[in-house]
Design a protein around this ligand. Structure first.
Ligand code: CA
Length: 221
């Protein structure tokens, strides 16, 4: 399980990195909003621990950005701000949990476990959207009840869209989820796969299924 820790207090950051690593998490620790953005562009995480007061901005702005652009990683806010309205604001912006400082490592670990469990149990095995039905266990796709042949890569791509229907998915995020290392991927390849998906699934040109946001990414409508 990969955890991204965003915390500018050096001692606390080191403590979190050490404590989580000892419990078998793979931890990346960054100290600024800029580093957090870079880290998230580079790879995906199973969970994010987010401090709010950061030297180059507010953690809540980061959270707002992520949720707007379709990042759905679970986020636990770790902050000294513990007024009810701060918590509510964080949760409204899409945080999954909120822990105020000071805290105990035991409690943090328990919250992370619960966060990751929730993530797994909400993962449905059949995804449906506008007549398209993808069965994760049977590895089949149907469109209005009729079977559609898909390669494993096309299947994985469709799965990402169905799990984020309506969200704008940045190209880097899609590539990261589909290919093990998106550095090796010519991003034109994504466009090739998108046109194949469209050919197989968009039977009515008047009712497009995917929207292209030039230079940004794609959206399942
Ligand atoms: Ca701070």
């Amino acid at each position: 399980m990969k955890i991204l820790v965003i915390e500018d207090q050096r001692r606390l950051g080191q403590f979190l990195k050490k404590g989580l690593s000892e419990h078998a998490y793979t931890v990346t620790w960054v100290q600024t909003c800029a580093e957090a953005r870079d880290a998230l562009c580079e790879t995906g995480y199973d969970g994010i621990i987010l401090d709010l007061g950061l030297p180059d901005g507010d953690g809540l702005d980061l959270l707002r950005e992520w949720r707007k652009s379709g990042f759905n990683e679970p986020v636990l806010i770790l902050s000294a701000r513990d007024a009810v309205q701060d918590r509510v604001r964080g949760l409204d912006l899409g945080a999954d949990d909120y822990l105020s400082k000071p805290f105990s490592l035991e409690e943090l670990l328990a919250r992370i476990r619960s966060l990751l469990r929730r993530q797994v149990s909400t993962k449905e095995t059949v995804l449906e959207h506008r007549g398209i039905r993808l069965d994760l266990l049977a590895r089949t796709v149907t469109r209005n009840g009729e079977g559609v042949d898909m390669t494993s890569r096309e299947f994985a791509l469709l799965e990402v869209f169905l799990q984020n229907a309506g969200r704008v998915l940045p190209r880097t995020l899609i590539c990261e989820k589909i290919w093990e290392s998106h550095y090796d991927v010519d991003t034109n390849l994504l466009d090739v796969y998108m046109s194949r998906l469209r050919m197989k699934l968009e039977t009515d040109a008047a009712k497009p299924l995917f929207k292209t946001l030039r230079g940004v990414g794609y959206q399942l409508l």
